[in-house]
Design a protein around this ligand. Sequence first.
Ligand code: PAF
Length: 303
Amino acid sequence: MSLEVHRSVAAFRSAANALRHQGKRLGLVPTMGALHAGHLSLVQAARARADEVALTIFVNPMQFGPSEDYGRYPRTLERDIELCREAGVGHVFAPDASDMYPPGERTRVQVSGLTRALCGPHRPGHFEGVTTIVSKLFVVAGACVAVFGRKDYQQLKVIERMTRDLLLPVEIIGLQTLRDRDGLALSSRNAYLSADERSRALGIARGLSAAVFAFQAGERSAGVLRKTALAHLTEVGLRLDYATLADADELVPLSDETRVGERALLAVAGFMGQTRLIDNVVLGDDAAPIASAERSGQTRGER
Ligand code: PAF
């Protein structure tokens, strides 16, 4: 299959319009590049739901804080394009920042409530950056089905709500987190980890798994479930931003005194060395990351 690379908004918009005129459904996979097997699983999910897939690559400056890793975020465009070609992507949209943020731009898209907890307070401005850029990508792509990973669970919920509230003609699909064989959630930022940090980072998957097993065994105290995970995170020296149980839809944190109902989000974020990692499970929905990684066959060797 041929692959077209579009560097301007006008070129990508006209390619997306042409597809729709041919009666084709577009599948959109928004990324910041540095593609890994997790992104390629999003591509496969998009291919299953659409006639042609467009993958966007844009390291969005607006969603990085001043002390974050915008400057050193991996940029591997040529390799990403090759991976897209092999994966059957029909269109890559890789715009310049000046195209997505024209000089003099003043407009921001903000979702309230869902951005208040979890990563919100730790990354001021981050979600506004995400919703501003994703809404622009949706406006350029037009009607489509868009696929996101559930590793960024809060991002997924915020984008779902934005799309619904702004009446955008986009169907949002949230895909299960892809993990390495040992359970570590795939992330472009894993490339920053030393061998020692990577092996300690597995404490996150162990902590989430321990909480899933406790939940499956009938534990319903939010405090006990949270502390069950926390023990593994502190053991490996994760510098914690948060380990929080929250309502899985509204993302309102549950106090330790809460009795958890049928399902709840357990989300973790913290630094392993200089690298910020996030991961989560929805208790009541998701299998334990480590057991599920071993059982599901959805595993990848280390990259
Ligand atoms: O998840 C990401 O890679 C980014 O946050 C996204 C959705 C592409 C917006 O820049």
